[in-house]
Design a protein around this ligand. Structure first.
Ligand SMILES: Cc1cc2nc3c(=O)[nH]c(=O)nc-3n(C[C@H](O)[C@H](O)[C@H](O)COP(=O)(O)OP(=O)(O)OC[C@H]3O[C@@H](n4cnc5c(N)ncnc54)[C@H](O)[C@@H]3O)c2cc1C
Length: 379
């Protein structure tokens, strides 16, 4: 089946084949790296990707069956994170064959790791106002400037980067998407400490960092298309956790019951929305503005879940540290959840996208429209 592109397969046939493959290949003694190579070679790691690029060209519905079977067998899946979720899909869509050859399989096996270098101190919601400058240098490019909030940049091998390559055209037209090698003298990463105590975010500074010419994704100047596709993937990935159906010890408190019911209601409507989006994908529709509905739903669910946790835990849930209730998890959730309303575009920006692109309301005025970026007051 591995060389069958979009074949008419039944769910039962896919389930049986993946189960058989796991039975034939899984060995708990295998090193993780070796297991992931087998997964990548079999096409089961990312079954909806093209058969030529570590996939099996299955529909999203059949792909979900594969994911479920891997979980049911309690075997490791492909690596999670930015590489698999954002970079590889974008390279599959816009990358040259050389870029795909260089990075797709190594991303699936976990041999290379990635970060997303989009946001800057003056360009978050207004991402198209970014100012990290990439200039041509022989066959390649030199990069100068700064990014911020770059999750995982301290450990990443490569970054998916947006740089400004043309200052004489309107802001959306002068951006180019690159693969940036992170481990080089021109790149300096400084971790930031977050209020939940972790340091997953970083500031990243570029001082004549080198980018090989063949590391441009798509065409120079067409980076906004890559950016929009990346964000559509990021928003599509909003997850909807299982929700509690009882509130231990406080199950009869009417206020707790009401808030739990509200959480269940939000989670179920978001799941149905996600199913509808998956069906659209199966029918060939590309990820688009509907991802903003899922993204907004996921941040509302996260906030409501944190509220329910606090109601159940009471004041003990405010304590942090290993000796606190559940090792301080409730307190950590409380201070981490607001980030979900910001990452991948804030709630306000999602509402704007929904208003303009789904409801067809008038567009927000843009004083920079049609103006060369060099004349725009950015940041
Ligand atoms: C957990 C997390 C992980 C992240 N990971 C990454 C990463 O890996 N890589 C990366 O590049 N970035 C990352 N980010 C950054 C994130 O994309 C930005 O923080 C986000 O886009 C908002 O930009 P900003 O922080 O500059 O806020 P601003 O854009 O300055 O916004 C400030 C406030 O103004 C509001 N606002 C702005 N413009 C408008 C408008 N037109 N209409 C109405 N309200 C508006 C916003 O909603 C917000 O409330 C991450 C952020 C978080 C929280």
């Amino acid at each position: 089946m591995s060389d069958v592109a979009g074949a008419d397969l039944s769910p039962d046939a896919v389930r049986a084949e993946v189960d058989q493959w796991i039975e034939n290949n899984w060995d708990p003694e295998l090193p993780l790296a070796r297991w992931r190579e087998l997964l990548a070679g079999s096409g089961w790691a990312c079954p909806t990707w093209p058969a030529d690029w570590c996939g099996r060209s299955l529909t999203p519905e059949l792909g979900r069956i594969v994911t479920t079977e891997l979980k049911r067998a309690v075997v490791p899946g492909p690596p999670e994170g930015i590489g698999m979720m954002l970079v590889a899909p974008v390279l599959l869509e816009y990358g040259s064959d050389e870029l795909k050859q260089r990075f797709i399989r190594r991303t699936v096996t976990g041999e290379v790791t990635w970060c997303q270098l989009f946001s800057e101190p003056g360009a978050g919601s207004d991402l198209a106002g970014l100012q990290a400058r990439a200039t041509r240098d022989g066959d390649g490019w030199l990069l100068t400037g700064q990014k911020v909030w770059s999750t995982g940049a301290a450990t990443a091998d490569f970054g998916l980067l947006l740089g400004r390559t043309d200052w004489d055209v309107p802001k959306h037209q002068g951006i180019t998407a690159f693969v940036l090698p992170m481990r080089q003298p021109g790149v300096q990463v400084r971790p930031l400490r977050q209020m939940n105590g972790h340091s997953s975010f970083n500031e990243v500074f570029f001082d004549a960092a080198r980018i090989p010419g063949e590391y441009v994704i798509g065409e120079p100047g067409a980076g906004w298309l890559v950016a929009r596709t990346t964000l559509a993937h990021e928003r599509r990935l909003a997850t909807f956790p299982a929700v509690p159906t009882t509130a231990t010890g406080r199950a009869h408190d009417p206020v707790v019951r009401q808030e739990v019911a509200r959480l269940i209601e939000l989670a179920w409507s978001a799941r149905w929305l996600a199913d509808r989006t998956a069906a659209a994908r199966t029918a060939g529709q590309r990820p688009g503005a509907e991802g903003s509905l899922g993204k907004l739903a996921s941040s509302r669910i996260a906030r409501q879940a944190a509220r329910v946790h606090s109601l159940i835990a009471g004041t003990a849930g405010m304590l942090a540290g290993p000796e606190a209730l559940l090792g301080g998890t409730i307190a950590e959730i409380g201070v981490s959840v607001p980030g979900i309303s910001i990452a991948g575009g804030t709630d306000e920006i999602q509402r704007m996208i929904i208003a303009e692109r789904i409801l067809g309301l008038p567009r927000e005025p843009d004083v920079s429209a049609g103006v060369p970026f060099r004349e725009v007051r950015a940041g």
